[in-house]
Design a protein around this ligand. Sequence first.
Ligand SMILES: Cc1cc2nc3c(=O)[nH]c(=O)nc-3n(C[C@H](O)[C@H](O)[C@H](O)COP(=O)(O)OP(=O)(O)OC[C@H]3O[C@@H](n4cnc5c(N)ncnc54)[C@H](O)[C@@H]3O)c2cc1C
Length: 450
Amino acid sequence: MKQTAIVWFRNDLRLHDHEPLVRAIADGYQILPVFIWEDRWQHQSPNGFLRMGFHRRRFLSESVHDLKRGLTKLNSNLMYVSGSPVRVLTDLISQYRVSALYFYRSPLHEEQADEQALIDSLGSTLSICRFWGQSLIHPNDLPVPPDQLPDQYTAFRELVLGKVPIRQMEEMPSTIPTIDTPYWGFIPESRTAARTRLTGGMTAACHRVDDWVWRGDYLKSYKETRNGLTGMDYSSKFSPWMALGCLSARQIEFTISRYEKERGENDSTRWMRYELLWRDFFFFMAMKHQTRLFRLTGLKGRPVKPDLNPELLTSWVTGNTGIPLIDSAMRELAATGYMSNRMRQVTASFLVHDLKQDWRAGAEWFEAQLIDYDACSNYGNWQYIAGVGNDPRPDRVFNVMKQAREYDGKGEFVFKWIPEARHLEGSMIHDPASWKLIPNYPPPVVVIAE
Ligand SMILES: Cc1cc2nc3c(=O)[nH]c(=O)nc-3n(C[C@H](O)[C@H](O)[C@H](O)COP(=O)(O)OP(=O)(O)OC[C@H]3O[C@@H](n4cnc5c(N)ncnc54)[C@H](O)[C@@H]3O)c2cc1C
């Protein structure tokens, strides 16, 4: 009889381009696919937010269901267990006499601690095979080791763009030899009344790529539309699926290359590639700086002294600062689990530079809410805006009024999320003198510069 290997699915909830799965099959094992709903996701963050709010739970649960359906089509299944990864895997390894464990590695210290604990306790009795797969560029292909990478994005991009080959994607297996067991565990449904059309899982992810890149041809003009605030198509919305690995970064990269061959290269296709490199950049910065990613003083170790005002923080979190552009974005986040990149920058800058609060409280709220939450990109971007991370400029402040006029000149975005303001004429919505005309709307919590 064949020996058994566990393939542990973490942030890689897909069946295409999945190296641990392909390698475990090629190495001749029968497979036990496992997903662990981790205890720590139910914990609270230091500022008292749930680490995984209901939008994220919903999107993750849909993605796990979709993975199970995909595995079933390949004559396999998915074992679903909740608990701490080390305990769950140790139990399964003993219960099913497992000889090998295959999984993708994480750049983050908490997850790495789990990996190390598994190696320490089980490494002498079973074979542990780890792979890198979250980033577009494989860490071993970098021209220098991650801890010697430059701390500025432009220098990083110059070092790698067009110089580092992207590895080929893995084929999806046509069938998966799987252990015979009657017990696979029950994946809970997670239903929410989210006002978003994004559904978790690799199936929906592939449809989104088809719809956005090919059918809608939105990639063609991405550079011009990417700063939009309303609608589905101003940007790709690939991030939630990439965060859970329902889409691999290589899949996007190869789609862009194919698009360029078939429909032509332009500034927009190049820009999309730059964005994928931003994602890689923050991934490698997390690898390089480890726990500094979560420290108040950031990667730079820059001393900062935020005010601690729970009322101001609550006004920001609940979308009640009295500043329509900010409140609209925060209400969108709470209602959908998504916010545009432009508004992430503006709301983050507002919390840190106008309200003078601790950037980590904002990052934790985003962590709870964003369906595309990714620790490297989230904490990396927050540090960047707070001036303690990778931004060469120390204080990047977004002027809220200027941003409002530039990106929501007619008030379309604000009217969507603060419908009680609709009686105001378009551009009046960004005139502070008219805000008191909005029924039941709070006065501004700070005076903001014009
Ligand atoms: C304060 C703050 C917090 C953020 N938190 C996250 C997060 O938790 N998870 C996350 O994926 N992104 C995060 N971002 C980056 C960015 O806002 C999102 O990746 C983007 O809005 C996702 O929408 P999209 O897929 O339509 O992006 P598109 O504009 O279509 O970009 C395509 C892809 O490029 C990558 N990308 C684009 N911009 C960035 C960026 N600035 N940093 C890293 N990757 C980028 C994403 O993978 C994205 O899916 C954050 C940005 C800020 C300012």
